[in-house]
Design a protein around this ligand. Sequence first.
Ligand code: F3S
Length: 430
Amino acid sequence: MRLTSDEQAMLDGAGGPARQKAMDLLVRYAEALGAEAFVDTNNVAGVPGSSTLFLKNYYQQHAGQSDYEAIYSLYDLDADEIVAVPRANAYCCHLQGGMDPDNWAELGMTEEAHAHFQQDEAQVAARGIQILKTCTPYLAGNLPVKGQHCAWMESSAVVFCNSVLGARTNTEGRESTSAATLTGKIPDWGLHRVECRYGTYHIEVGVPVTSVMDWGLLGYFIGYAVEENIPVVSGHVSQPDLIRHKHFGAAAASSGGVEMYHIVGITPEAATPEMAFGPHKPVATIGYGQADRQQMYDRLNSVGHDPHVDYVMLGCPHASIEQMWEVAKLLEGKKIHGGCRLWVFTSRSVKTIADLNGYTRVIQDAGGLVMTDTCSAISRAVPKGTKVVALDSAKQAHYLPAMVGVEAWFGSTEDCIQAALNGRWNGGLR
Ligand code: F3S
C-alpha cells in the first residue's frame, strides 16, 4: 500500500495507541480488498464502541473487562490490548441503536439493559460522536454531498448515499467505521472510484411505478434480479420523492445487495444512459412488468394468512417528518382497534419536530406509539402476543417475520393504517 506521511505517522503511533490500532486494522482491511491507497473521509456513520448487554457480558467473561474502551479496543479495533479511546477525528454520527430511550420497557428491555444503554450513550457522546441514532442520518443532520467520500454502515443508508446524493461509500462494517472515526481514512476501493460506479444491468420498467408501495415492489424485484450489481432504471417510472427513493433503495438492498442504482434522468450520475453506463455495455436488459409486480407482491405477502392483524409497524427506514404528518392525518380523530397495536419508528430529530407539530400527540391519542432509535427488526421486538403484523416496508417484510416468528402482510401505508383501525387486513395490489 502507498501510505501518505500522516497515515504512516499514525501507523507508527504518532497519534496515540488507539489511532495506531485503527490504522493497523485499516491497512489489513485495505490489503485484503486489494486497495492501494486510502481516501480521506470526514463523514462516518457507524456504531463506534456501542454495545449491548450481550456483548458486555461476553467481553467480561472472555477478557475480564467490558467497559466502553475495552469493547472499542478488542471488538471494534480488533486489538490485542485495551487502549484509551480518544475523541473522534472525523465527523461521525451514530446509526440506529437497539432501544428507545423512553419506551424501552414496551420493547421488552430490562432496567439493567436500559442503564447500560445510557452509560454507553454518554461514552459515545463524550467522544464527539453525534447521537443521531437512526438509519436515516441524511434526514437527521448528516447529509453528504455529491462526490464526498464517506464511510457508512447500514445498507438502506448506503444505497441512498451513493444513488440519491451522489456521495461515495461502500457498505462498511462496524470495525472499519470505528477505525475511520479515529483516523479519517478509508480504503480507496469500490464505490469510492469512478470506474466502479457505472451501471451494469439495464432495468426497463414497463408498468407505471408511482406510489411508495410501487417503488418498494420495484426495488424488491431489482434486488433479486441484479443481486450486488448496479442497476440502471429507465422506462415507466414517475419522478420519485425522498420517501420513494428511501423505500426503493432499502428494498433493493434487502432482496439483493444493491449499494448503488441509477435512474436515467433522475439520479445525479445518470443524466443520460451513456453517463449511467460509462464505457460499459449493459450485461443484460431485464424487463419489469405487471406479472413481476404481482409476483413481488405475492412474495412479500407469502407469510400472511390470518386476516386478524394485531400489530402494525411503520417507519422502515425511519419515517421522515412528511411521513409522520401523513400518519397523523390518517389517524386524526380515530381510534386504533382494541386488539391491535401501532408503533411508528423515526429518529429523535424527526420526533422532536413531530412533537412540536402535534403529530406525536395525534398518533398517541389514537392509541399508537412513536418510538426512536430502533425498529422491530433491530430490537427483535414486537408487542407481546403478536401473531400477525402489517407492514408498509418491503425491507421490514423481508426480515421481520422470520426474525420474530410472526405472519406478515405487506401493503401501502393507508392499508396498514386501515388494518390498525379495523384489526383486519384488507389490503391488495391496486
Ligand atoms: Fe431502519 Fe430498522 Fe428498517 S434500522 S432501515 S427501520 S430495518
